[in-house]
Design a protein around this ligand. Sequence first.
Ligand code: PMV
Length: 316
Amino acid sequence: MPAITATAPGKIILFGEHAVVYGRPAIAVPVNQVRARATVVATPREAPGTIRLQALDIGLDTNYGDLPPDHPLAYAIHLVLETIGLKEAPACVIRVTSSIPLASGMGSGAAVTVALMRALAAFLGHPLPDERVNHLTYDVEKLYHGTPSGIDNTVVTYAKPVFFTRGEDPQMLTVPQPFTIVIGDTGIPCSTAITVGDVRDALQEQPEEYEPVLDEIGEIGDQARSAIEAGGVGELGQLMVSNQRLLQQLNVSSPELERLIQAAMGAGALGAKMSGGGRGGNMIALVEPDITDKITEALQASGAVRTITTVVDDQP
Ligand code: PMV
């Protein structure tokens, strides 16, 4: 049996994080510069059913059967076997690597799951359609935090800019005028479960204060979609600034994120905001391509531990 490899990109949310958990639209795009990769190789000398899992980046090298069933990678393997209806897989080793920063809002968990599921299913002779991969990855995402909106698994599976509303079919965006985003990492791990939980508590305690904030974020998502599809990139910067103000009201920003956002704006970005769960992780800045270096330097001087420049377009 030949070795089978599959990959999946990282992602960032451009608009609508947190509000998307409550049915408002959000926009996310793939980041192809960072990827998760899974390779499955047959190990015919091992007993049938032996699946070895190696994710050396995170110090994991063990048998599938020895992992707790709620380990995300074990659960992903289980879901593939169950979907295919296979009791016992041919002996194999699954090697997982990823260049996507962990716990920074770049979708590393979803991308690893997508790559692993695609590679394993193909190895077993039953490649899974994207729609199925997306749904199964959503099931795994629920292990990370109880109420994911589903935006991460969707953008990572389809690897295209997506306009996403929970419970609805994802809509792929056309991007007639590609635009440049610089991503700055605070280096502080972002726990999406904690910030999502805090927003949920705030919403339950003071719906009259927080529901309107979510509504406004949703409206920004709609406006951003129109701007992107009309090629009106200029408007996007202002929409990012407005979205960030609303995220501050949800108490999910942090001094470190604010410092990077200010640095990017000071260096001439068209707009900037945090991206993902918040209180750490990444911020993003919309920039004219010719000042990318200047923005990157400003972010690094203000404490960014990593920067990534990516161009958003609708090409595969
Ligand atoms: O931290 P990330 O990028 O995985 O962001 C999660 C985005 C939230 O809207 C905060 C949660 C969700 O499930 O959509």
